[in-house]
Design a protein around this ligand. Structure first.
Ligand code: ADE
Length: 247
């Protein structure tokens, strides 16, 4: 997977994604990341890339020219027209399913706006997908782009090691992950659940599945409605509703 991020703050992208698992994935070549400074494509002698909005109003708008030239440079490098994702609260809200769809691409271009946004004409020309991080407003598209790159990269072969399975975690099957514990066995009077110390794998699996269902029921009942449950598990949910089940 090759990511291109068009931004006014390339150092934010490089530094934010240059450490930990994604830093290693870049070093090993499982993913490639190019942060491209839109300002480098300014033809203004002061390097300006924004101007006042036509019609008046607060703030500045990013001009179409530098964004156009930055997009052309990326397209020339790739050799075809890539998927161009514009980060905006007006877009399709990003989720695990969307991440899976995007992980199938060879290249992804993230276009990050700042100030009051980008001139509409260049968005009409270049953008294939309008994508939102959620129903709230940020100061720019960089954090959403970083968040999405992190999420998509976990699904790219070679990024996670075999022991860090991408599948068995929250949202696969619309269930949240079960709670995790490590040493010590007792911490400030609180013990690790006994079943996890038993070495009985079938019982551990059953307990974890129940914990996932309970947790989803308590924290994200909207997801539980979409989860695939066995008849027995559906009965467990019914018992949770009447609070007959102890933790
Ligand atoms: N830019 C500002 N707010 C945003 C959001 N919620 N999602 C994506 N891009 C944004």
């Amino acid at each position: 997977m090759k990511y291109y991020v068009l931004t006014l703050f390339p150092e934010m992208i490089e530094q934010g994604l240059g450490v930990s698992i994604l830093g290693r994935a870049q070093a090993q070549g499982a993913i490639e990341l190019k942060a491209i400074n839109i300002r480098d494509f300014s033809e203004n002698k002061h390097g300006h890339v924004d101007d006042y909005p036509y019609g008046g109003g607060a703030g500045m708008v990013m001009q179409p020219g530098p964004v156009y030239r930055a997009c052309r440079a990326v397209e020339t490098e790739i050799g075809h027209r890539p998927r161009v994702l514009y980060m905006t609260p007006q877009g399709r809200v990003f989720d695990q399913r969307f991440a899976e769809e995007l992980a199938a691409e060879e290249e992804l271009v993230f276009l990050c706006g700042h100030y009051e946004g980008i001139d509409e004409r260049i968005l009409e020309m270049e953008v294939t997908d309008y994508v939102s991080a959620g129903d709230y407003v940020l100061t720019g598209g960089e954090l959403p782009a970083m968040m999405m790159i992190d999420c998509i990269s976990r699904l790219v072969p070679g990024v996670l090691s075999n022991t860090q399975s991408a599948e068995e975690e929250s949202f696969s099957g619309n269930l949240l992950e079960y709670p995790q514990y490590t040493r010590p066995e007792e911490f400030m009077g609180k013990r690790v659940p006994e079943v996890l110390l038993s070495g009985h794998h079938a019982n551990i699996e059953k307990w974890r599945r129940e914990q996932s269902i309970r947790r989803t029921f308590e924290r994200r009942p909207d997801l539980l409605a979409k989860a695939e449950l066995t008849e027995k598990e559906k009965k467990y949910v019914e018992r949770l509703k009447t609070e007959e089940v102890s933790p």
